[in-house]
Each structure stands twice: as structure tokens, then as C-alpha cells.
Design a protein around this ligand. Sequence first.
Ligand code: UDP
Ligand code: MG
Length: 334
Amino acid sequence: MKLPDRVDDVSARFLSVVVCCYNEAHVLPEFHRRLMLALHRLPVRYEVLYVNDGSVDDSLAILEQLCRAPLVRCLNLSRNFGKESAMAAGIDHAWGEAILFIDADLQDPPELIPSMVRHWLAGCDIVNMQRHHRRGDTFGKRISALLYYRLLRVLVDKYAVPQDVSDFRLIGAAPLNALRAMPERARFMKGMINWLGFKTVELPYDRMARGGGQSKWGPLALVDLAIEGIVAFSRKPLRWFSLLSALVFGLTLLYIAGQLSTGSLNAHDLILGMGAMLALGIALIGEYIGATLSEVKRRPVYLLSSTFGGLARQLKAPAESAPPVSALEERENR
Ligand code: UDP
Ligand code: MG
């Protein structure tokens, strides 16, 4: 997919590069330098939108510096809301017709952005970057990711999450509008993107080692994300459990019949087996009720504490800073 060297109409296309940051002070200056180098080569208009997800290191101070440049803005969340929520903030506030998500830790090389943009300009709605190698990730991370994606394939329906797609992706105007129209609080970007459809291309890439700092995902956080993702996205586990219950029920009846005929029915085994299964079922139902609860509450996915940089300062109407952030967010989320 080669683009002509001079394409005048693409110069009107507008891309927002959204970068979620949580304690990335170690890498931010180098990341920004490489990002800007890559962006300067683009044939389209662009802005960089950093989302500071409640960093407790020097990230905010560094971002304030970086945002002195005209094309760079920052959303400063009121606390750490997690990457999915930070991405939702980016989606709500990006000015571009398309969004490109990239991690701040240099695991996603900014140098690949021009090729993603080329695919977008050539008509792809979504450009997914697919991890080729996970050289940069620990063994545990690789195994858990492998198991997780396999599990998702079994548990979630045909819109199964493609394997090893990262959050490094470009989302064009049509899917972006669709995403904005999805009202759910539980954000699970990989699943949502896959559910959308649209013309999608997957480009393989080598995932690098972190440029510095640490991964924010401990094993527990990954389990958390996995359960959230599945529960938010599929009712299939409930169906599987119903089938399992029916199977166990049938087997139990057979067992009782057998034991009765030989006169040696042992109620203990039955109660143990059934008890364990019931506990599992209740836990599963609990997960879904919990997920429903957070949807029903309709709280904002994130809160903004401030926005700064780029043109934001000049464009911000005085009234906009007046209402409490929560009210503002509620309105903007509609
Ligand atoms: N991140 C975030 N909020 C969080 C955790 C992570 O905005 O609560 C950002 C982080 O700064 C990085 C990206 O999300 O830019 C990916 O995070 P990380 O590198 O920790 O994840 P991994 O690459 O290990 O999957
Ligand atoms: Mg990373």
C-alpha cells in the first residue's frame, strides 16, 4: 500500500495520538522525542494528547513541560483510573477524526506510526498492531497472556479477541464514532474494538522491552482485567455453567438411581459435589451482578482534574472551568 509522495487532500486529515501515562517519568522525555520525530514525517495534521492517569511520580511536571509545544495537550485525571478509563478519556477529548493509541513506555515503537497512518489513508478503518514477539515481556507475562487469549476464545463468542493484539492501534472516524456511542462503563477496549467490525488490518510488530520504569500490571491486576473483560463482554460463561449444571444434575440422578438400586446411597458425596458446584455458580452470578451494578450506577468512567497545553488554554471557555468536574464529565459523556 504505497501512497503517492505528494497527496494534497490527506493534509486535511487530522489524527490524535493518545498516550496514557501512569508513572512514566523515566521514559516520557525520550518517548516524546521519538514520537515527535515520527510525527513530523506524517502527511496529515496531528495532535498529541497525553492522559495523565493519576501518576504519583514526576510525570505531571514533565507533561507540563512537553505541553508547551503547540500540538501537545494533556488531560490530567483526578486519580489513577486504570488504562481503560484513561483511554476512554482520550476518546472523549481527542480533537482528531481518528485516534492512534500508543503506550508511553516505548514498548510500542513510535517509528511504526507512519506505516499505520499509511494504512489508514489507504482506507483501513482500524489498524491493529499485532505482537509478533514479546521479547520485552517476562516469561510469566507471556504465559498468562497466552492462556488468557486462549480462554477468551473459548469463553467469548465469535467476536473473540484476536490473539496478541495490543492497545497499539489506529481507530478511524467511523469506528471512533461507534465507540463514542457505546455507553457502557466497563471499558474493555480490545473486546469493544473487535465487536465493532469495520475494515481492519493487523500489522505484526516486535514488542520492545520497556524503555524504563515498571509494568503496572501485577499478576492480580491481570486476573482482574481478565475477569472484567470476560464478564463485561460475554454471557457465555453463564451459558456454559447452565450446561454444566444440567450435566451434573443428570449425572447425579443417574448416580442416585444406581446407588438406590444397590441400596448403598451415600449422601455425603452428593452434598460435597453439589455444594462445590453451587458455590462456583453463585460466584459467577455475583460477578455478573457486580458488573450490572457498576453499569446501573452510571458513574463517570474518569474525572478530569485539569487540562492543559496546546491550544487548550486559549480555547477553553471561562464557563467551562466553572461547573464541578463530575457534572462536566457527565455532560460530556452523553
Ligand atoms: N497505564 C495507565 N494507567 C494505568 C496503568 C498503565 O495509563 O493504570 C499506561 C502506562 O503508563 C503505559 C500503558 O498504559 O503507557 C501500558 O502500561 P504498562 O506498560 O504498565 O502495561 P504492559 O505494557 O506491561 O501491558
Ligand atoms: Mg508496557
